[in-house]
Design a binder for this molecule. Structure first.
Ligand code: SF4
Length: 249
């Protein structure tokens, strides 16, 4: 197998994120099982039961996720959708909370696993919050159509860049793919799915001009609701990734 790319550095060659998704899935998926490192509850969203999964299709320099993102073969254990759901629900019930998510890695990787988890959660009163970078959804309208069938889901789609150059510089993905998350917004809106948009617009990382372009492009998708603008927190892993990319806050 081709060597798995770890950190994004100034010498790295920009990659095709859809190809990285496939390469990552070869490591983190086995049948409908997916690798996780942990299950726990945390205070965000007013309390949420979280499955910390592994693997992403981007290499964002501001990413806070632990190093399993960069070395997926060395971390985690496989959980079937049923095992993951059992842990997610058990933890939620013990903590008396009503929300569930799969975080850490990109949850839309390993679609078979995610859809089976959603099938199980659909039978409960929990709300599933799907946090995504929108790459796979923007590349596959059929995936969005499948998500449309779930009623207890809220999607938080996080934009990383407002230009091909910004996308390449901060996510490692080839610039031409920067359109995909905007496409995903368009698809989600047309599908009538419950969602909102977040954007990593921290001025220490994204120039003001690019932020303006991002918001204009977002408007052109028909989205006019709330935009949750994110700041880059200096987690240890974030600092390491920024340093590797030759950047700092
Ligand atoms: S910030 Fe999100 S999309 Fe970017 S690399 Fe980390 S997990 Fe993936």
């Amino acid at each position: 197998m081709e060597e798995y790319p770890s950190f994004w550095t100034p010498e790295s060659k920009p990659f095709d994120p859809l190809e990285l998704a496939r390469q990552t899935e070869e490591i983190v998926a086995k049948g409908d099982s997916r690798k996780y490192t942990d299950f726990y509850c945390t205070g965000v969203y007013g309390g949420i039961s979280t499955g910390y999964t592994i693997g992403c299709c981007l290499k964002c320099v501001f990413c806070w996720v632990d190093l399993s993102r960069d070395f997926p073969s060395q971390a985690g254990k496989f959980f079937s959708p049923q095992q993951a759901c059992r842990s997610l629900q058990q933890n939620a019930r013990q903590a008396g909370i009503k929300k569930i998510r799969v975080s850490g890695g990109e949850p839309t990787l390993c679609a078979e696993h995610l859809l089976s988890v959603l099938d199980e959660i659909q039978e409960t009163s929990f709300l599933f919050i799907l946090e995504t970078n929108g790459i796979l959804l923007g590349g596959d309208l059929g995936y969005v159509d499948k998500l449309k069938t779930y009623k207890n889901i809220h999607i938080r789609i996080s934009l990383k860049a407002g230009s091909p150059e910004g996308f390449e510089k901060r996510t490692g993905g080839q610039g031409e793919f920067y359109e995909l998350p905007f496409k995903a917004v368009e698809y989600l809106k047309k599908a009538g799915i419950n969602f909102h948009v977040a954007a990593m617009t921290d001025p220490r990382l994204m120039p003001g001009e690019e932020r303006t372009m991002m918001l204009a492009k977002l408007k052109s998708t028909g989205y006019q609701d709330y935009v949750e603008e994110e700041q880059c927190d200096p987690y240890q892993t974030t600092i390491v990734r920024l340093e590797k990319a030759g950047m700092k806050l």
